[in-house]
Write a protein that binds this ligand. Structure first.
Ligand code: NAD
Ligand code: UDP
Length: 344
């Protein structure tokens, strides 16, 4: 198959490109490198079947010739990234998705949207099945991302209904692994980088909020299965093992052997209190199950970070004490901790 991967130089996108090249698909990676990096795909550049196109998909997708599938992953995904780029995030969720859909329509190609658990907002139904419509604040600081993705789902559904495009929507829950940027501000990267730097781990709120973390290899198997299927979705993809942010901090400290303290910061506005996917649809429709344990996945991620000590040290300024509290969105840096550090 000849497959376009938008956002293919990012964390998930580059792993998807790897998986597709591995099974001998042709891949056209379209990315503007706003939050992605050439280093994520440099091992693919020059390989037969792989092409990199540096372009902003919100403007257009400059790809010619037959396309069999479009996997639309382009979008900032980390909260600090989308707060730094609010209009770009809305643009790529709306115009970018429309361009990706138009390309799929033009070639009668399969279209897969990387949507997100954020469409459930701060959920009042727990765990979250696909039937749940969500609880999103349309005006809050996270709305730039959440509503962009909700619009992306709406326009994807409209293309299916109107033009019979073979579309599939995936709702991806928190995923982590190698190739994440140490300074991207997400919790897994921040905790690992802080632990390796001997800095305090910054817990937002009281640390009782939960997330369910999926290792990247598991997630990518799910995306590939969705590309190969004709399911319309939405289908949740994520690891249903739910844990609190405090438990994650403790696990990172144990696995890294770090002696960092934990430091408490204000909880960002509209930060979801609980998040856990129901994955029975993915199991039934895609034959998909996550298999990598948190210990194993985090160890692999720690190893990746240990291999980049300069990058991890350089992340310090971005993630020490810097976070969103809603009062100064989109400025993210330099908020002091509100409570004293305590030993972990
Ligand atoms: P990422 O920031 O590493 O990757 C996003 C990629 O999209 C980057 O390479 C970036 O340069 C590119 N991009 C952004 N705007 C673009 C534009 N206008 N034109 C071209 N390229 C553009 O993030 P990620 O974690 O790999 O996320 C990939 C996708 O998966 C996103 O759509 C995100 O919303 C979705 N997702 C990710 C997670 C997760 O936990 N990682 C969870 C839910 C959904
Ligand atoms: N979080 C935290 N410390 C950090 C970064 C994030 O406690 O240094 C919290 C954040 O408030 C949220 C959870 O960890 O409750 C997951 O945050 P992340 O940004 O990784 O993903 P998302 O909020 O989009 O699920």
């Amino acid at each position: 198959m000849r497959i376009v991967v938008t956002g293919g130089a990012g964390f998930l996108g580059s792993h998807l490109c790897d998986a597709l090249i591995q099974r001998e698909d042709s891949v056209i990676c379209v990315d503007n490198l706003s939050t992605g990096r050439l280093s994520n795909i440099e091992h693919l550049i020059g390989r037969p079947g792989f092409e990199f196109v540096n372009a902003d998909v919100s403007e257009k997708i400059p790809v010619t010739g037959q396309v069999d599938a479009v996997a639309h992953l382009a979008s900032p995904a980390s909260p600090p990234d989308y707060h730094r780029m609010p209009l770009e995030t809305l643009a790529v969720g709306s115009r970018g998705t429309e361009h990706a859909l138009a390309l799929a329509h033009r070639w009668e190609a399969r279209f897969v949207l990387a949507s997100t658990s954020e469409v459930y907002g701060d959920p009042q139904v727990h765990p979250q099945p696909e039937e749940y419509w969500g609880n999103v604040n349309p005006l809050g600081p996270r709305s730039i991302y959440d509503e962009a993705k909700r619009y992306a789902e709406a326009v994807t559904s409209a293309y299916r209904r109107t033009y019979d495009v073979d579309t599939g929507i995936l709702r991806i829950f928190n995923t982590y692994g190698p190739r994440m940027r140490p300074h991207d501000g997400r919790v897994v990267t921040s905790f690992i980088a802080q632990a390796l730097n001997g800095d305090p781990l910054t817990i937002y709120g009281d640390g009782t909020q939960t997330r369910s973390f999926c290792y990247v290899d598991d997630l990518i198997r799910g995306i590939v299965a969705m590309i190969d299927s004709t399911e319309s979705g939405p289908v949740n993809l994520g690891n249903p093992h739910e844990r609190t942010v405090t438990e994650l901090a403790e696990l990172v400290l144990r696995l890294t052997g770090a002696e960092s303290v934990v430091e408490y910061h204000p909880l960002p506005v509209d930060d979801p209190t609980r998040r856990q996917p129901v994955i029975t649809k993915a199991q039934r429709l895609l034959g998909w199950n996550p298999v990598v344990s948190a210990e194993d996945g985090l160890n692999r991620t720690v190893r990746y970070f240990r291999g980049r000590p300069e990058e991890v040290r350089a992340a310090r300024a971005a993630i020490v004490g810097g976070q969103l509290d809603g009062a100064d969105v989109p400025e993210l840096s330099g908020k002091p901790a509100v409570s004293a550090a305590r030993a972990a």
